[in-house]
Design a protein around this ligand. Structure first.
Ligand SMILES: Cc1cc2nc3c(=O)[nH]c(=O)nc-3n(C[C@H](O)[C@H](O)[C@H](O)COP(=O)(O)OP(=O)(O)OC[C@H]3O[C@@H](n4cnc5c(N)ncnc54)[C@H](O)[C@@H]3O)c2cc1C
Length: 461
């Protein structure tokens, strides 16, 4: 019998398994896919290095750095290239750089004069925080409708591939929502928070890291490293069907085998968690299935040797109301070095999301035609001839945190506690980024370790 069986080998499950193993517990990690990493996957193809999943994590990601340092991977960390600080938003036929300072803000045609004045009034707008605000209601109240349309809603689409009118402000933008609730202003709250964080890091002797990061060999380095550290504790190609509570812990059933564990950490997306718990906790089915997942199709393409399609920068985002279907495009070879062969460029465009799930049914040639026509228009280059390198479709890419999400997660966790020794990890719990997923892995490991040391678990030996 293992001390713990971790189900799911994305960054959440790998972080959990790694930490529990470091504490000396016997761990088995079961992963359905042929490799670990989950959404995080770096592939080498025709001299291109493709991130067929997330491209970067934020320098402020404390849990990712903690893990990086434990794995001695800090030497491989790579900050984003300087040019990538420019980000663009499409408005009325062309890309506009996102203002990076007061001068640029005053001059940008991205917002009208009235919208700029309204945005500047944010600190004086009365505190109207309500538990069930959608992100749209929240951003309109704080910044005005035009800024919500041209800045916040593209940002929502970039992070969640989501619909700003569906997502809950408290759930999906918790810190922003709390800044308003606790101080009345999001801008002043953010400034105060950043100052306090800088002071705390300085007191802890930590130099804050700004901007975006990856690793020299791509983000897949961190999950590959975790997989290697776990060694033969990992079984890939092993989808779990169900778990059954027993007197001494749990039985975990796969097609071919049954594994016994004193505890379980379930680190899979909500739909898989619902299936795996269908016998042990059938009452959780409706809760898990009420968490929508945005579908995403990701197209990697190159404009061909010697051609560089877009302006210098990180990429662009598309406001939701245009007829163009692209959600946004990352200028991957400008973001990090060694992503494309010399003289060539690499782009990653996103289609689908909650607004346009039908894009998932588009064939490869239809997606190629869309990438071509839309980027010719957006980059203003009729001669652009994108060559598609790789298309990856995620039917269930990113969890959508709706207004009632915190209560739903509390209800799920309450039910899960009815089975001592069962724990959850994953990016649907408190946030959808790599930092949140890693944090959930640390939390699950700590909770599971606490359980394994408790008298309740001693009885299950
Ligand atoms: C296209 C895309 C782009 C993104 N971009 C960014 C970004 O730039 N920055 C950022 O911070 N975040 C980004 N994210 C989010 C980030 O990738 C995720 O939050 C994170 O990778 C989720 O990790 P996880 O371990 O919680 O889940 P997953 O990565 O989904 O891992 C879950 C694992 O469980 C396995 N599994 C499922 N069912 C079973 C079963 N029955 N038995 C065994 N195993 C099972 C799956 O195969 C998978 O490996 C992006 C996500 C997507 C989809």
């Amino acid at each position: 019998m293992h001390d713990v069986i971790v189900i799911g080998g994305g960054i959440s499950g790998l972080t959990t398994a790694y930490n529990l193993r470091q504490e000396g517990y016997s761990v088995r990690l079961l992963e359905a896919a042929p490799q670990v990493g989950g959404n995080i996957r770096t592939e080498e193809m025709d001299d291109f290095r493709l991130e067929v999943g997330p491209h970067s994590f934020m320098g402020s990601s404390e849990n990712v750095w903690k893990l990086t340092s434990a794995l001695q991977l800090e030497v491989e960390a790579e900050p984003a290239q300087a040019a990538s600080r420019f980000r663009y938003i499409y408005r009325d036929g062309r890309l506009h750089p996102l203002p990076m300072g007061p001068g640029m803000f005053l001059r940008t045609p991205l917002l009208s004069l009235g919208a700029k004045l309204r945005l500047g009034l944010e600190p004086f707008i009365p505190n109207g925080a309500r538990e069930n605000d959608t992100a749209w209601e929240f951003f309109c109240r704080r910044f005005g409708r035009e800024a919500a349309t041209y800045i916040m809603s593209p940002f929502v689409s970039g992070v969640y591939a989501g619909d700003v009118r569906m997502l809950g402000a408290r759930a999906a933008f918790h810190k922003f929502w709390e800044f308003e609730k606790n101080g009345g202003s999001m801008i002043l709250g953010a400034v105060k928070y950043m100052r306090a964080k800088r002071r705390r890091l300085a007191a802890e002797g930590i130099t804050p890291r700004r901007g975006l990061f990856s690793f020299r060999g791509g983000l897949g380095r961190i999950t590959a490293h975790l997989g290697a550290e776990l060694g033969d504790a990992v079984r890939t190609g092993t989808p779990v069907e169900t778990i059954i509570p027993t007197a001494g812990g749990f039985h975990v059933r796969t097609v071919a085998d049954t594994f016994a564990g004193r505890s379980i950490v379930l680190a899979v997306p909500p739909a898989a968690a619902a299936r795996i718990l269908s016998e042990a906790l059938p009452e959780l089915q409706p809760e898990f299935s009420a968490i929508p997942m945005a579908p995403v199709a990701m197209v990697h393409w190159t404009p061909g040797p010697g051609r560089n399609g877009g302006p210098p920068g990180f990429g662009f985002l598309m406001p939701q109301h245009y007829d163009l279907r692209v959600l946004g495009t990352i200028f991957a070879s400008q973001l990090f070095s060694r992503r494309a062969p010399a003289g060539s460029a690499l782009y990653a465009s996103f289609y689908g999301g909650m607004h346009d799930p039908a894009a998932m049914a588009l064939s490869d040639s239809e997606l190629t035609a869309l990438v071509t026509s839309e980027h010719r228009h957006i980059f203003g280059d009729d001669a652009l001839r994108p060559q598609v390198i790789r298309i990856r479709r995620y039917p269930e890419a990113i969890p959508q945190l709706l207004p009632q999400h915190p209560e739903r997660i509390a209800a799920i966790e309450h039910q899960v506690q009815q089975l001592p020794g069962l724990f959850l990890a994953g990016n649907y719990l408190t946030g959808v980024g790599i930092e949140h997923a890693t944090e959930s892995g640390y939390r699950a490991a700590a909770a599971c370790s606490g359980f394994l040391r408790s008298p309740a678990a001693e009885g299950a030996r």
